[in-house]
Write a new protein. Structure first.
Length: 436
């Protein structure tokens, strides 16, 4: 494992910025206690779930040039000096997006690297059992090159400022997030992906679209203005394929989202079409499919309180093909991980808590349904390879419930040993202990 300082420099080469906004799921969310909001390991982040600031109602005429727009902006820079003219960068981006009426941020804050940690300091147990954890030697999984917490401020890591081209691309990326905030793109995408209670898969889709559009626009900006690395999506893919599980989960929205945007539109100005019709699942995202073209298969999972184990009602969640691929890729190469996740049709996770006074253990049943028996069998084979490759992290077992459905049991050893499930009429019932 590389020392954290080296990792930081390497990841700065890869990622621009991040937006911490738009319906991200955070640890401790009572509706989804095992979800984690993710940015890439050297990421751009948008923070917050509500939009503040709007497009200017009197806006700048759409035919204004970037330089004339830039001359009309007043953007303060605090904490140091930028190596580029941010007013011009922002103006170029809004022209590319055909959003010249959208006001720029009021200021750019330059912060030391020590204050740019984002993401979780400890992943939920379910993630850790599946090989997704904060790397050794780091307080947090993620360090931001820049982030946007509100449309009024872009925060930049001082460490990147000695690299002019990278700084410019990062600011271009962040400018997209400012526009997304001011035009309500985060909420539009989230409501387009799913209504009602959101799953981890829903959140990954939403984040992939907002980060993907920013990454795609960053690539277009680099190609147009010659700032170096005009292929950040491909670079992101290379980094993703060689990353740890936690890093993959962070990089995935940038890579798969950027790739999706690149496949679906011909220019950044068309990206608002994706906001209006985003993919519904990460399966559609990964495979570049139209929105709603691959509906999630019917799958209901319930649990029976038995043998000292109680179902946790709030634990129900769906994680999707991308999360499954990240999990398998935490131990296996990308081709095997993709093969094992391909054919995903649906999944549901439920948790059980021990009622015994001397045992406060938790067990998880993760039920996965595939398109056909061949894909279910391939998943079992690849998951077996993953299980053999992992070190520690507790016991894990699988059970084939029917020709298309597999249950994975994780957590407390007694749960993994005694858990079983039955499948009838698209409803899987999980119990612990004696069956019948």
């Amino acid at each position: 494992m590389r020392p954290p300082a080296v990792v930081l420099v390497v990841l700065l080469l890869v990622l621009a910025g991040c937006a911490a906004g738009g319906q991200l799921v955070s640890p401790g969310n009572p509706a989804n206690p095992d979800s984690v909001s993710q940015s890439s390991e050297y990421a751009t982040s948008t923070a917050g779930t509500t939009t503040s600031g709007t497009a200017s109602p009197t806006g700048t005429p759409a035919d204004r040039s970037p330089r004339s727009l830039a001359a009309s902006y007043e953007i303060e820079v605090e904490g140091g000096d930028l190596p580029v003219n941010y007013s011009l960068v922002y103006a170029r981006v809004v022209v590319m997006l055909n959003r010249t009426e959208v006001d720029p941020p009021r200021r750019v804050d330059i912060e030391p690297d020590s204050r740019m940690g984002i993401g979780t300091s400890r992943y939920p147990e379910f993630y850790r059992l599946l090989g997704i954890r904060v790397p050794d030697g780091r307080d947090r999984t993620l360090t931001a090159a820049a982030y946007v917490a509100s449309p009024n401020t872009v925060t930049v890591n001082r460490r990147i400022l000695n690299r002019t081209g990278f700084t410019e691309r990062t600011l271009a990326h962040e400018s997209v997030h400012v526009v997304q905030f001011r035009t309500n793109a985060f909420n539009r995408v989230a409501s387009g992906v799913a209504e009602g209670r959101r799953t981890t898969d829903d959140s990954l889709v939403s984040r992939s679209i907002t980060e993907g559009v920013a990454t795609y626009t960053e690539a277009s900006y680099a190609a147009r203005y010659g700032t170096g690395n005009a292929t950040p999506i491909r670079t992101m893919g290379d980094r993703y394929r060689n990353a740890s599980g936690a890093a993959k989960l962070g990089l995935a929205p940038y890579y798969f989202g950027g790739r999706y945007a690149d496949d679906r539109v011909d220019s950044p100005a068309e990206s608002r079409e994706i906001y209006g019709e985003p993919p519904r699942t990460t399966e559609e995202l990964i495979h570049g499919l139209p929105a709603g073209s691959e509906p999630v298969a019917d799958l209901n999972v319930s649990g029976i309180d038995d043998d000292g184990w109680e179902l946790v009602p709030t634990s129900r969640d769906g994680f999707g093909e991308l999360f499954l691929r990240v999990v398998l890729g935490s131990e296996l190469n990308e081709s095997r991980a993709a093969a094992g996740a391909d054919g995903w049709a649906a999944d549901k996770r439920v948790a059980f808590r021990s009622e015994a006074e001397d045992d406060e253990g938790t067990g998880y049943a993760w039920v996965l349904r595939f398109d056909d028996p061949a894909n279910a069998t391939e998943f079992e084979e690849v998951f077996g390879e993953w299980r053999d490759a992992r070190e520690g992290d507790g016991p894990v077992a699988t059970e084939r419930l029917d020709d298309r459905t597999v249950a994975v049991y994780l957590g407390d050893e007694s749960f993994v040993t005694d858990a079983s499930a039955s499948d009838e009429d698209d409803t899987v019932t999980v119990r612990v202990g004696e069956t019948g």
